[in-house]
Structures are given as structure tokens and as C-alpha cells.
Design a protein. Sequence first.
Length: 86
Amino acid sequence: MSMNEMNRKAVEIMKYWDPFAIGAESYGQEIGTVITQLQMVDHPSELAKTIQTSYEYSFGKWIPLEQCVDISYKLIALKFEAKHII
């Protein structure tokens, strides 16, 4: 899988997540931030903190870290698959 394909799949995962149930189109900036961090981070808890911080900053609502860890594991697994690590 190419990195472009990985990014597209990661965006779809993030859109489907919709933590505040306001519609996938509402998270463009946050998804962009998460995808950028996904390129640099390999640990799910570190990515989860980025997800939590980004969404909280934009929406003023806190997401429990456990929910962010769940989605970050999916993203990291996708990244590892793209890099042929798993």
C-alpha cells in the first residue's frame, strides 16, 4: 500500500469515527492534524494524545483518552500495514 493510499484510508477511518456526532465534514482541520502526526508517530498513546488535544482545542469538548487510543490503534495498524511491518 502506498503512503497516499494509507492517508486516504486514515482519513476515512477518522471521518467514520465522528466523536461528537456532528458529521464527518466538520473535522477537516483535526483530521489533517492527526494524519500529519501519524506520519511521525509510531506509538498509539502518543497519537491518542494528539487526537485528544486537537479535537479539544477545536471544539472545546474533551474526549476520554481511551476513545482516542482505540482510534489511534486502528491508524497505527494501518500505518504498519502500509510500511509492511505487519
